[in-house]
Design a protein around this ligand. Structure first.
Ligand code: AMP
Length: 109
């Protein structure tokens, strides 16, 4: 989607601090972190919100991406947030899973 900020990040048109990427998902640090670790995991295809996500392969890949991010960031304890719909705080209309943790067990390289 041409005017989607997260699509532009995935395409490299807007810079980001990439944490992880595979064929299905892209993960990058949130620009305005709410915790010591605050990374967003997004599907590479444009899906507006969780409500529009039908593809079970992508559902699985997002959760695998979350676990990869936790491993890369050195966190065993973390929480996920998926704001779904503007009324519950979704500001960017491209599905994203917030991975949040304040219990980092080792420093990043
Ligand atoms: P939400 O309110 O769930 O839609 O969350 C959107 C998140 O995207 C917020 O936590 C923002 O800080 C984050 N965000 C917006 N623009 C960028 C960007 N260019 N790079 C990284 N994170 C961003």
């Amino acid at each position: 989607m041409t005017d989607c900020i997260f699509c532009k990040i995935i395409n490299g048109e807007i810079p980001s601090k990439k944490v992880y990427e595979n064929d299905f998902v892209f993960a990058f640090d949130d620009i305005n972190p709410k915790a010591k670790v605050h990374t967003l995991v997004v599907p590479k295809v444009h899906v507006e919100s969780l409500n529009e996500l039908e593809d079970e392969k992508i559902m699985a890949e997002i959760l695998k991406g979350v676990k990869e991010v936790a491993k890369i960031k050195g966190v065993k304890s973390y929480r996920l947030q998926v704001n779904t719909g503007k009324a519950e705080g979704q500001e960017v209309m491209h599905l994203h899973f917030h991975v949040l943790s304040n219990t980092v067990e080792r420093k990043e390289n």
